[in-house]
Unconditional design. Sequence first.
Length: 320
Amino acid sequence: MRSYSLIAPAKINLYLEIIGDRPDGYHELSMVLQSIDLADQIDLRPLGTDRIRVRCTHPQVPQDKSNLAARAAELMAAQFPNTFAQYGGVEITIHKRIPVAAGLAGGSTNAAAVLVGLNLLWNLGLTQSELQELAARLGSDVPFCIAGGTAIATGRGDQLSSLPSLERLYVVLGKYRSLTVFTPWAYQTYRQQFGGSYTAKPQNLASRASGVHSGPMVRAIIQADGVQIGQRLHNDLERVVLPAYPQVLQLREAINSPGVLGAMMSGSGPTVFGLCESYNQAQQVKTAVKVALPDPDLDLWLARFSSKGIQVASSKQILG
Ligand code: C5P
């Protein structure tokens, strides 16, 4: 038996458009997602029992069955009961670096790492698309987190088309540590306030969603045009989150300093990112934001765009 350490990158949204209501209660979305090299490490270790155990020292991360990483392992165990019986349970240790409830898919990428890791640990031989099918049952962002890189995501966010990778861009990320925004709240509030403008006919949903393929953001990505990407950043959820959280708006304004290609909230927030053409520039922006907003509750990070999803960092043969 082996143990595995996996790298689970965060994502940012470069584009998020809400198109309408879906029959399953979710929203039909049109998004462009991007992996960044701010990542958690997930260690998987076989246990001699039939238990699935989660360990994490971060106070906001649950260690019980509500943790999405634990649910990913439960899903694999239910899907492959004979393999689970043969190999036994697993201990999942989450080394948290991605901020929690931040709009960066931290929980989703941990679940994706568990799917990829158990596929290896249990010698299942599942393909990436088979893993992504299981991933969609756990959450809308989990399929993207498996493959990572740059991708268009439509439907609930789980219908993916990959785009050319954009590795030479950097982001400054900012989040108030004590501030969390719950994704269901953001979407429900959006529906209450702007649901009247949704596409009403179900047949229009798919064609509107697929419009992103030929839209200006995708064109800018194909041309690797950082300036255009910065100008085309768009997130409909800013319309509900920014008015409710003036701190986030203020942070967005501070990050959108001279030289930044564009600044926006990621996903349902409250993390804000500023797009930069070089590491040095990103560092200068980080320093300027620290001076402009000297709040000890404000955390800032630098990250680079990444073309990778879940990766195996190391693997060890263990007894048993
Ligand atoms: O799929 P996931 O569990 O990550 O979604 C969290 C919440 O975000 C959902 O419960 C729903 O309220 C909202 N959501 C949505 N439409 C989507 C994706 C998410 O309304 N396409």
